[in-house]
Structures are given as C-alpha cells and as structure tokens.
Design a protein around this ligand. Structure first.
Ligand SMILES: C[S@@+](CC[C@H](N)C(=O)[O-])C[C@H]1O[C@@H](n2cnc3c(N)ncnc32)[C@H](O)[C@@H]1O
Length: 281
C-alpha cells in the first residue's frame, strides 16, 4: 500500500462537488478549504486513495494527481491548452522520452507541464515567451509539479529566432504563428514536426496559406477535436447538457527539404543547417 509522504504532490478532491486542490505535503502546513481545514501532518502517512476529513468533518479523497488533474489545477493567467488537445498534440508531435521540444509561448505552462512529463529526464523542453510575467507563473507551476529540471525558460520574441537547432518538435501557441515559421524551420531537424494551435478560423486560413507557401514544410494537416463528456449516474447515463464547443484548431506540418534541383525553393529556405545543405546536394 502506498502512503502519502512529506514532499509528495497530492490531489485532495471532494466526491460531492469534485472541488479539488493540488498541494505538496509539508510538515506543519495547513490546507484551508471552503469546508474546513486539513493539516498536512494528518495527511502524511495516510494511504493514497483513502478518505480524509477536514476539522468540520467534510470528506476529501487523498490521491496521486494524474497529468490531467495537474493541468486542470494549474494557476493560470492565460488560456491554457487543456488535456483534450494536449494529449493529442503529444501524439502528433511524436514526443516521447528523450525528445527535445520547443514551445512558444509559455503562457501559464499548461502544455509545458505535459511536454515536460513526457520527455522524461533524458529529454528537454525549451519554452519561450515574450512576457516575463507569464513565465513567472509558469515557472511556479512547473516547480510545483517537480519538473523544473526538464524545462529551460527563455524570455524573448520568437520572431527573432530560437537558440536551439535540430530539435524533434516545435509547438507554437501564439497569436501570429505564421511570423515564426522560418525560425521554427531553422530549429527543427529534417523530418521534425511543427504543431500550432490557433483559436480562430481567420488565423487558421492565414497559417495554412503561409505553411503551404513555405518550402521547408510539407504534409500539412488541420484538425479540431470535440470532446463529449457523459454523466455517470448509473440510472441516467447520458451526455452532459453543456459541452465546450470550441477550444482551438490544431495544425501540424513536417519539416522537409525542397527537392534537389528546385533552386528557388532551396534559396527561399532560410537558415540552412549543414544537415539541410547535405540533403540538398
Ligand atoms: C495562449 S498563451 C500560451 C498558453 C500555453 N500554451 C499554455 O498551455 O499555458 C500565448 C502566449 O504566447 C506569448 N506570445 C505571443 N506572441 C509571442 C512571440 N512572438 N514570442 C514569444 N511569445 C509570444 C504570449 O505572451 C502568451 O503568454
């Protein structure tokens, strides 16, 4: 049986209203809920999965948080990418343990947390944002999830370029991703994957046009995911009355080299790496 220990990141969730808290257990600390206080000292040593009660007798479950729960409980100042999209993004980008990934912007660190979870200790995430205030929040969120060693935050406008090259994947969640395509291509290794999320159809059309015209990207895909949650009352299992109708459009493309002999396309592909030049010969 696994028991909660000091230093563990845990989830406290009420089965009644699903209100939840993510906390790192520290001796002497307290969690103030809207239904009473839980002393961390009373939680340390309890079996994970067990019920604990506030000083007012209200019940919470003590659980190890899933990645989904960590993301939903993030402190956030910006719109984050939720698990519905980030789970699929991971698959489409081909991110796995050992992958090196760039993302922009960092925002509150929603996608960053998922990327850092998947790349493992042998991979790395380079997370860019033009706003240092956003990165302060994201940094705290990533620290809270104990993933800081897998993430390097870089402050700056990505239209000025990325410091890294030969990365496996780049994900752009920013207002004008079409302004950073050359920079993303210069950072990606051949065959690497670019992903973008944009919330409006206007941005989608503009981005697809820019990708289609770019000699360094091919195999463009645009998708949207709709998730329909169900009520789980056994006698009345049915879809929820209200669903989230739209989060964002997902766009993916592969980093390719223009065919040998297409000198115009080769010239247009800026930031040619040695790798690129070899492939063009
Ligand atoms: C919607 S938020 C990203 C949310 C993030 N993916 C998450 O899941 O929490 C967009 C971020 O992009 C940043 N941004 C916009 N344009 C940028 C640029 N050219 N370079 C770097 N960051 C940029 C903004 O400052 C903002 O923090």
């Amino acid at each position: 049986m696994r028991r909660a220990q000091a230093g563990d990141v845990v989830l406290l969730v009420s089965e009644k209203d699903r209100k939840s808290f993510v906390r790192t257990l520290e001796p002497g600390k307290q969690l103030q809920t809207h239904r009473g206080v839980l002393a961390h000292d009373d939680l340390i040593g309890q079996p994970l999965g067990s019920q604990v009660r506030t000083h007012l007798g209200f019940a919470y479950y003590l659980l190890p948080p899933t990645t989904d729960e960590l993301v939903r409980n993030l402190r956030r100042e910006s719109q984050i990418i939720f698990p519905k999209d980030s789970g699929y993004i991971i698959m489409k980008l081909g991110v796995r343990p050992g992958s090196v990934v760039i993302e922009a912007g960092t925002g509150s660190g929603g996608l960053c947390l998922v990327l850092a979870t998947i790349v493992g200790d042998d991979g790395h995430v380079f997370s860019y944002d033009v706003r240092s205030d956003m990165q302060r929040i994201a940094r705290r969120n990533i620290e809270r999830a104990r993933l800081s060693h897998r993430v390097t935050f870089r402050a700056g406008n990505v239209t000025e370029g990325f410091e890294e090259t030969d990365v496996d994947a780049v994900f752009l969640d920013m207002r004008s991703p079409w302004e950073a395509l050359d920079q993303a291509r210069a950072a990606l290794s051949g065959g690497g994957v670019l992903g973008c999320l944009v919330p409006t159809a206007n941005q989608l059309v503009r981005l697809i046009g820019a990708l289609d015209a770019h000699p360094g990207f091919g195999f463009i895909e645009a998708e949207e995911l709709i998730l329909r949650p169900y009520r789980t009352v056994p006698a009345r299992v049915r879809p929820d009355d209200q669903i989230v109708g739209h989060t964002g459009y997902l766009i993916f493309a592969r980093a390719v080299f223009p065919p040998a002999g297409d000198s115009a396309a080769q010239q247009a592909l800026s930031g040619d790496s040695e790798d690129a030049q070899e492939n063009l010969l």
